[in-house]
Every structure is written in C-alpha cells, then in structure tokens.
Design a protein around this ligand. Structure first.
Ligand code: ADP
Ligand code: MG
Length: 362
C-alpha cells in the first residue's frame, strides 16, 4: 500500500488546449494518505472519472506526475501500479461462472488454489452470491453482474489501492445500503487506500473518512464531513453539501461587522479589508427566527415540514434565505427577523472562504 501524490497534475482531452475551459482537470497538487477511505464527490462532468483513471493508469495526464510512496508511476500501467478498479457498469466474463470471475484476479497473480478457494468464498458471502457461485455469469441480472464486478475489485488483499467509480449506479436501493456498509467494513478490516467516486452526498458522507469535493475540474476541498459542514472552503461546497445548502448573502465586511442589504450583523471574527465579490455564508441550521428587534428583517414565503425538522423558505432583502427550525421549536407568529450564530458565519471572497485575521474566543 502507498501514499498517493499528485504533483502539478493537469489534464486536457484536447491536443492544444488554450482556455481554462479546455482543461478537464486544472493543475492540482494533492496527497492521498495511505490506508484512508476517500469519497470523491462532485456533479456530473466535473472531472471525477478523469482523475480516477489518471490515478489508476488508464489515462496518461497531459501534465504533472503521480507518485506512489516515493516512486514515480506516471509511465506505469495499471497492472504495474497494482490497483483494483470497479467501474459504473459491470465488467464480467459471461462465459465464466461467478466463481471463476471472482477467482480471476488471484489466478492471474499465481495465488494457490487453497487461498483462492478461501478468498472467493469470503467475497461471495460479502456480496451475497454464495448460492450462485457455479452459475455462468451470462443470464444474470445487471445488478448481480455489478456485484461480481465489486467482488473482483475487492478479492485481492495486496493491492496498493481500490478505486470505485460510481459502483452502485445499477444496484437496487436496498442492496446499495448493504453493499456500502460492507465496503466500509472491508476498509476497516484490510486498511486499503480506497477512493470512491459518487455524485451523491449521502453516499460520500457515510462511506468516507475524508471527502474530496470537485467542482469544474478542481478539487475545491478535501476534508472530514464535519469540516465540509462547518467551514466550506468554497461556496460550491456550501451549496452542494447540506440540505438545503448554505445561504449566501452579498455583503461588505469591515472588521467584525458585515453590512448586508437587510442590515448589519456582527461576525464572530475579524477580517482584513476585502474587495471583489464578498458574501457571507451561513447554513440554515445556524439561522434563527426571532421576534426581537435585532437581526435582519425577512419575509416568510413557505414552511416545509420534512419530518425531523421544518425548513422555512424566506426572503431577506431580495435574497433567498433558508432556515431550519428543529423539531419541538415553535415558529412564532411575530417572527419577522433572523439572527445568525456568529461562530458559524463564514466569509467568502470570489467564492473562496477567507480565513479570519482574528477569531473571538467563544
Ligand atoms: P465525471 O466523472 O465527474 O462525470 P469526467 O471526468 O467523465 O466527469 O469528465 C470531465 C470532462 O471531460 C467533461 O467535460 C467531459 O465531457 C470531458 N471528457 C470526459 N471523457 C472524455 C473523452 N474521452 N474525450 C473528451 N472529453 C472527455
Ligand atoms: Mg464519471
């Protein structure tokens, strides 16, 4: 197993890229720690598969290097990189049985018959296909075939990393949850470096120790679920993670005060002077409705009861503002203002989070 380093990596599918938009991956520098479970999360087309295929060696990057540990593997094949990869759609040998399909990667590497037998059994149990081991793959459902693909990706214990590219797309919803749990257990048991691509935030947040959020060919944040929630590094992370996502209000920032169209709010921290597009970002969980005289005036448009809590859709000086009201809390009939928890207000300049120059002790 190995730490994976991406050094000045960039990729374009065009022979002579000129503008920023020609690059499917913009230049990036990142390290993926050995033995960690990562989710690579982002909207369709943002470059997830491109990045994964470059790490596995299916695609040669236009620029930059890939290191496994201290070794430069940029010119090495997937086989030489010792990587297992599971794709979105099943890749199985139709004429082989389920058992032969699962055994294939081990056989290829010359493992003993006894070890193969034992390992195939364990994997078959994990994917729930013990009863079908001697059936030919031909004629099985897409769902079953994808489980075989997953099993094949997990059967070798000696790989440097296992890469999953939206592997549960064709799996039915019930089985999805079970398989995801098993992948997590597998990670805990063997400690492989795993990178799991998904566009689904729930899938990412339940699977991974670290979530890597991609937007428009860039990694915009690599962090724990809590970091993504509390301090989104980019407005896209605030918007993409959370339900509903983070509120953004245009503002001018002056020290510990932000001026918005609806009025002033005090910040839990002090900021240097900012120019460009400046916004305050606050998640709906940290907005409170109040009937007191302080706070920003809002107009409530709609209240949605989603079970565990209520989502209030409001308007604040022409900007949409969402508020989460926890179960058991009342929405006062006079509630016409909102306050923000200062410890959870972030400031964004041209979409990137600004680190405060000084934060007040709580
Ligand atoms: P994701 O997996 O996040 O959906 P991809 O990595 O597949 O995104 O695609 C990133 C960008 O690169 C998209 O704009 C896509 O159209 C483009 N792209 C992907 N594969 C190719 C290819 N083989 N040739 C040309 N463009 C491609
Ligand atoms: Mg993809």
């Amino acid at each position: 197993m190995a730490k994976i380093t991406l050094s000045n990596l960039a990729h374009s599918y065009m022979p002579r890229p000129t503008s920023d938009a020609d690059w499917a991956l913009k230049e990036m520098n990142h390290t993926w720690a050995d033995g960690e479970a990562y989710a690579l999360l982002g909207a369709s087309g943002c470059g997830k598969s491109t990045l994964l295929n470059i790490i596995s060696g299916l695609l040669h990057p236009s620029e930059g290097r890939i290191l496994f540990g201290d070794e430069d593997v940029t010119e090495k094949s997937t086989t030489d990189r010792n990587i297992a990869q599971v794709f979105q759609f099943p890749v199985v040998y139709d004429t082989m049985t389920v058992r032969q399909n699962l055994a294939f990667p081990l056989k290829n590497r010359g493992a003993s018959a006894q070890y193969i037998g034992q390992r195939v059994q364990a994997i078959a149990q994990m994917i729930g296909m013990e009863a079908e081991l001697d059936r030919k793959a031909r004629g099985l459902t897409a769902d079953a075939k994808q489980k075989i693909s997953l099993g094949r990706g997990m059967v070798r214990e000696d790989v440097n990393a296992i890469l999953f590219d939206e592997p549960l797309t064709v799996i039915d919803p019930h089985m999805k949850w079970a398989l995801r749990t098993q992948l997590k257990e597998l990670h805990q048991e063997f400690g492989h470096t795993m990178i799991y691509v998904t566009h689904d935030q729930t899938e990412a947040l339940t699977f991974a120790d670290k979530v890597v959020v991609m937007h428009d060919g860039r990694v915009v944040q690599m962090g724990t679920p809590q970091e993504l929630f509390e301090t989104p590094a980019h407005t896209f992370v605030g918007y993409f993670i959370g339900s509903p996502g983070m509120n953004l209000l245009p503002a001018q920032v002056d020290g510990m005060i932000a001026k918005t169209d609806g009025g002033q709010i005090s910040l839990g921290a002090s900021y240097a002077e900012l120019d460009g597009k400046v916004e305050i970002g606050v998640r709906p969980e940290f907005v409170s409705l109040t009937d007191a005289a302080d706070g920003l005036p809002v107009t409530i448009n709609r209240v949605e009861d989603v079970g565990r809590h209520k989502i209030v859709r409001a308007d604040c000086a022409g900007t949409v503002l969402n508020i989460i009201v926890q179960e058991g809390e009342e929405i006062g009939t006079d509630a016409s203002r909102v306050t923000f928890d200062p410890a959870h207000v972030n400031i964004y300049q041209n979409d990137w989070r600004v680190t405060p120059s000084h934060r007040e002790a709580a």
